[in-house]
Design a protein around this ligand. Structure first.
Ligand SMILES: NC(=O)c1ccc[n+]([C@@H]2O[C@H](COP(=O)([O-])OP(=O)(O)OC[C@H]3O[C@@H](n4cnc5c(N)ncnc54)[C@H](O)[C@@H]3O)[C@@H](O)[C@H]2O)c1
Length: 346
């Protein structure tokens, strides 16, 4: 095994997700120094205090010469491409939250810069680190399900999260939510290449508030004739079964697997707040000394990949393919007909 080399990590964007990433980095022995950046000084200063970061900045460009790797957890999503471009051009290994960019030409530019500088580019498809979903991959890899045929993933978010995401931009459920599950299925069906996408969006409460649909249902056909469906909705009431409630099915010629990731296994009832479903967010949450959810494992994986010079699980090339499907889904929903891939870069 290659010897692990401690290195200096930067986290850019220290809101909900970046704070979580920074806390994991701060307690890892292979992260020798932590440096933080956020345009909101009061936010980054607080996270720096909690994590014991060596420095913080409001302009991320000022921390680049102090770090070897970065996690880009900024929002809105328009910030992903320019920040990641600067980090990769400076040769910094980069873990970038999804979606990696808004246009395919931007994604291509990130891939080119990573190739030029030799920096690793990983994209935050956190659900690959959920053991239930990793189990599907393992079953497929071991041949227990035979030849993959089809899959279905249905995900519902509460409107609290829907409001937060829809409120900050133009990206709808396909690019912000279904993107996770399209990544999962393409990972499970590795080798399959999407060639046709048909999607329908449905308007509900979000159209008047944010100009976006409540849900999008997507059918993807692959080059080998396999097909799968992903549904994403973000309008459930707050007492719905979990912040994020998902069911998944994967079918092969020799078997099938059924997953309930609806978080109905833990219920909190208080006089003050009524019924809530703790520990049901997609990235997960800290519970005293342990972490429940996939994001900590994903951050640890990136740290290990950098420190031991190992490949990352979610590559930029895979993330680009997912992005192309989500862009095609939005286009299909708008046109009301199937869209063939590949799409032009813009
Ligand atoms: N993998 C997952 O499960 C998961 C879950 C939620 C969100 N996300 C992704 O993580 C990203 C962050 O989401 P969030 O919920 O933490 O958002 P957030 O709004 O809580 O935090 C984003 C932070 O980025 C900062 N920021 C904006 N522009 C910046 C810039 N130029 N430089 C530095 N900082 C800047 C903001 O000030 C804010 O503090 C989003 O892109 C989202 O898609 C991933």
């Amino acid at each position: 095994m290659a010897a692990a080399k401690p290195f200096r990590m930067g986290v850019i964007g220290t809101g909900w997700i970046g704070r979580r990433r920074a806390l994991t980095c701060a307690s890892h022995a292979l992260v020798s120094e932590l440096h933080l950046a956020d345009v909101r000084a009061e936010v980054v200063e607080e996270v720096a205090a909690v994590t014991g970061a060596a420095s913080w900045e409001t302009d991320y460009r000022r921390l680049l010469d102090r770090v070897d790797a970065v996690i880009v957890s900024s929002a809105p999503e328009t910030t992903h491409y320019p920040i990641a471009r600067d980090c990769l051009a400076a040769g910094k290994h980069t873990l970038l939250e999804k979606p990696m960019a808004l246009k395919l030409s931007e994604a291509d530019d990130l891939l080119a810069r990573a190739r030029e500088t030799g920096a690793r580019l990983a994209v935050g498809y956190t659900q690959r680190f959920n053991p239930r979903f990793a189990y599907v991959k393992e079953c497929v890899a071991e041949g227990r399900l035979g030849r993959p045929l089809t899959a279905l993933v249905s995900r519902h978010l509460t409107r609290m999260l829907g409001e937060k995401i829809a409120g900050r931009g133009e990206l709808g459920p396909a690019q912000m939510e279904a993107t996770h599950d399209i990544d999962l299925v393409l990972w499970w069906m590795e080798g399959a290449r999407p060639v046709r996408v048909y999607a329908q969006s449905v308007d509900g409460v979000m159209r008047a508030r944010h100009g976006l649909p409540d849900c999008t249902w997507i059918v993807v056909t692959n080059h080998d004739g396999t097909a799968f469906t992903v549904g994403a909705n973000w309008n459930l009431p707050l007492e719905a079964p979990g912040f994020s409630s998902t069911v998944a099915e994967f079918v092969g010629t020799e078997g099938a697997i059924f997953i309930d990731d609806s978080h109905r296994d833990l219920l909190l009832s208080t006089v003050r707040e009524g019924l809530t479903r703790p520990l049901s967010t997609m990235p997960g949450e800290q519970v005293g000394h342990v972490y429940r959810g996939p994001m900590e494992a994903e951050t640890l994986h990136f740290i290990e990949a950098v420190a031991r010079d190992r490949p990352v699980l979610v590559t930029g090339e895979q993330a680009r393919m997912v992005m192309e499907v989500t862009l095609a889904a939005d286009l299909s929903a708008e046109l009301g007909r199937p869209v063939e891939l590949p799409l032009p870069p813009d």
